[in-house]
Design a binder for this molecule. Sequence first.
Ligand SMILES: Cc1cc2nc3c(=O)[nH]c(=O)nc-3n(C[C@H](O)[C@H](O)[C@H](O)COP(=O)(O)OP(=O)(O)OC[C@H]3O[C@@H](n4cnc5c(N)ncnc54)[C@H](O)[C@@H]3O)c2cc1C
Length: 423
Amino acid sequence: MAAAKALPNTPANIALIDRTNHHLFQPLLYQVATSVLSSGQIGSPIRGILRRQKNTTVIMGEAVGVDKDRKCVMVSDADREGVPLPYDYLILATGSSHSYFGHSEFEQYAPGLKTLGDAEAVRNKVLAAFELAEAEEDPSRHRDLLTFVLVGAGPTGVEMAGALAVLVRSTLRSEFRRIEPGSARVVLVDAGHRVLQQFSEDLSAAAKKRLENLGVDVRLGHPVDQIDADGVVVAGERIVSKTVIWTAGVAPSPAGKWLGVETDRAGRVRIQNDLTVPGYPEIFVIGDTASLDQDGKPLPGVAQVALQQGRYAGKLIHSRVTGGPAPRPFRYFDKGNMAVVGKGFAVLQSGRLHVSGLAAWFAWAAVHLQFLATSSLRLAVFLQWMWTYLTGQRGDRLIVEHHKSERRATAPDTNTQAAATSR
Ligand SMILES: Cc1cc2nc3c(=O)[nH]c(=O)nc-3n(C[C@H](O)[C@H](O)[C@H](O)COP(=O)(O)OP(=O)(O)OC[C@H]3O[C@@H](n4cnc5c(N)ncnc54)[C@H](O)[C@@H]3O)c2cc1C
């Protein structure tokens, strides 16, 4: 999206291909999963965002391969498979997906958080756990139903744990009669020895303290040995839970396989400092699916890197197409890291500046609003946050099971069938 938006006046035909119809702001996915925001408040139709950019066509389809020699990207959609789409320049920005570190069997019990579908599935699971517990007559089962385990204490795990703790202790507090939502357990597990390892030690410690004050049970220093239908096993102890959420590793998209070029150990495509693939000046790979070292260290898989690389790739292509001067090699400008921990508390690290508390939360809120795709989303999210902050009420607490309604719509209606048979 950032690359396409950097090419508005370029005399070129631009095709922006995505398998979804929307642009998504992933850093706020955990707020959809914990009912603060609804899906429509963090995602926006790509077509709508680019409606004024006349040189750009939006295609909803899945890239499934690249033929570097014929200069074609292969695209599949619901109707057609592997249709070749020719290019002069190609930008691959296909992001990443969950990595279960070789334990793909964990996936069915511990969904991750990467798409709006994932976030809604997690929200359904969390809200349904409270409904099941309220309906359950045997109080000994309440504890198992109301134990939520998050695996991975990076920004997503920490933000999710904080938001869940606030949800159970404030929003849901007065709504149930047989159960006490505040007694729900939120357990955050990580193999590392501190939460938010990409932050300084003082900010990690502040975030951990804050989580514990919110009632989160933080378990560090042991990986999860097992995840199954009954919960997780950590350091030999079983934690019984019906809701386990994976907030640990990510793996890059298969762009490296499509191109058949050098990748790093994680599978990210090694690129040069003009963001192109060595030997292929017309192919750019950017964002989470690319690997580029700066000052001897690999750039992190964060939104700022992806956005700055997108803008750079767009600028470079514009200069090549129009014969203008080429920009200088890409250099990432690190504006800092932030993570929010429950209501009105965040940690912020930017160079030597380390801040935690309410001031950091205001900075976090301002920055995240600014990154939303449209002004209407910024306004809607700002109002929702204010409302939630003041009243404790959340935006979207519906349990909507899309797949079930699809199944119902397509499954034969047994009553009609019976009637038809007897007629
Ligand atoms: C839950 C969560 C929280 C995060 N929080 C933060 C944060 O607080 N701060 C921060 O800086 N970063 C955060 N990140 C990381 C940040 O979102 C990513 O680094 C950034 O989105 C990477 O951008 P990208 O363009 O490389 O990939 P993405 O944003 O993942 O975009 C990839 C796009 O490609 C599409 N796509 C993928 N494969 C195909 C295909 N084969 N064919 C067609 N389309 C395809 C996808 O639909 C998607 O639209 C978070 C990520 C997650 C998941």
